[in-house]
Design a protein around this ligand. Sequence first.
Ligand SMILES: Nc1ncnc2c1ncn2[C@@H]1O[C@H](COP(=O)(O)OP(=O)(O)OP(=O)(O)O)[C@@H](O)[C@H]1O
Ligand SMILES: [Mg+2]
Length: 499
Amino acid sequence: MDKPETKRLASYNLDVHGMRVEIRIEQSIIDFTPQYMVSFPGIGNATKLLLLSFRGELTSMVSIDPSRVQDERYMKSLDNRYKEVSNILIDKYIPGIEPQMKVLLTSYIVNMMLGLGDLEVLIADDSLEEIAVNGASDFIWIFHKELGWCKTNIRPLSDESIYEQSAAIGRRIGREINNLAPLMDAELADGSRVNATLFPISQGGNTITIRKFAKNPWTMTAMVKNGTIASPIASLVWLCIQNEISLLFSGGTASGKTSFLNACSMFFPPTRRIISIEETRELELPNFLQWLPMVTRQPNPEGKGEVTLYNLMVNALRQRPDIMLVGEVRTKRDAETLFEAIHTGHSVYGTVHADNAQDTVVRMTNPPIDVPKITMNAIGAVVVLFRHRSKGIRRMLELGEILETGDINVLHRWNILTDKFVQVSELTRLLETLQLYGGYTKKDMTDELEEKRIVLEWMVKNNVTSIDDAGYTVSNYYKNKQKVVQLAKDDVKFARDIF
Ligand SMILES: Nc1ncnc2c1ncn2[C@@H]1O[C@H](COP(=O)(O)OP(=O)(O)OP(=O)(O)O)[C@@H](O)[C@H]1O
Ligand SMILES: [Mg+2]
């Protein structure tokens, strides 16, 4: 039963590599943030401490060859070796234990030793967005998709163990973290992004921050469904993409820029060749597209072998893409190459850090990016994403068209009070560009947008939120628009074979 002064916000079980783990999230009246409580049924705290106490002995009995950690067969044999040794140690320290309990304890130990310890539980929870280890003196924090920041009941064993975890993460992909290189970006095998820092650079102790990889790549259908964007505005974005108009997606940290870029990929026609350039692999496009995902590489400890975003952009221009996706524009060279790509006939979709549409132009035209304002007009429009911290929601804040002068004209804006999107001005340059590229009359354009809205809303109603199904539907629309629009108007139940 709940304690009287706490409210239970959620409770569920997780399967962590075959081990059942219980999660309870509670809000106590004396705390400012909810508490995320992890418990291992059957394993009490005393047992856990005992297991931890022979951790050192276990490590000394099983030697790991760091150069082989990427070898699956080797890791499997290590797994078996840990099981054997755990059994020996359990017999030694907890003699006479029941066989069932022994199996449970063994799987707990193997989990702790082979994986990332207690972090494995948090990594296994798909409702988390972020995991933050802030040194050994603080409990681990997590960012829950619905509940925001919560404090867990897990505290790292020691700063040394945080260091070991980050070193293990780095080792897997050939990166090092040490006193001379105390900051590290890396990723987990499942694609989650990791950043690690060491004391004394991080004064509170060693840190690890994990941005969990979203298992279901974002689609525009999912974004319309959860209210991030209204369907008529999403239709305009669609029309731009269909007509090869380049777009920028901006917003603050974790506002959803990359996710929005991903969501747009369902509108890419299957007849195009696509190259994406990122610092870590985040994008996931419909599987039938011709897509070359490329990632940058940091220099090795001797400072060699670096591959930058700029290198990849220049290289991409020789790979004959029709569409180029750029993870994040940070430097002048990145931006110049991006505009070069647009001027040589590619459509480019990129993300940039900025708080609103106006600020996007300011960011792009001032150091460190600092491109001349007039060059901005190679971009058709800017979509700004926004995360409302206290409400825990993400919304398209603004959609603005870029004028001939490189200035921005905001067309749609989110109203925070009503949670509605308001049209604040008429399309001018974007209308001209669309009419020019698409050969539309004004009436054609209204019809196009309306048809797209109907198809999008039908997809939302039918839950066509997976990237492959959504991309497949749009590709069919490109092949036979009338048929798909009719299916939507007739409200036919979605299935892949209806097209
Ligand atoms: N529209 C949305 N609705 C709900 N959640 C979202 C939405 N967009 C993104 N998210 C979630 O928010 C988190 C951050 O998203 P994302 O990585 O796209 O942000 P970002 O702006 O690219 O961040 P960064 O500044 O680190 O590059 C992810 O966990 C993602 O699943
Ligand atoms: Mg991003």
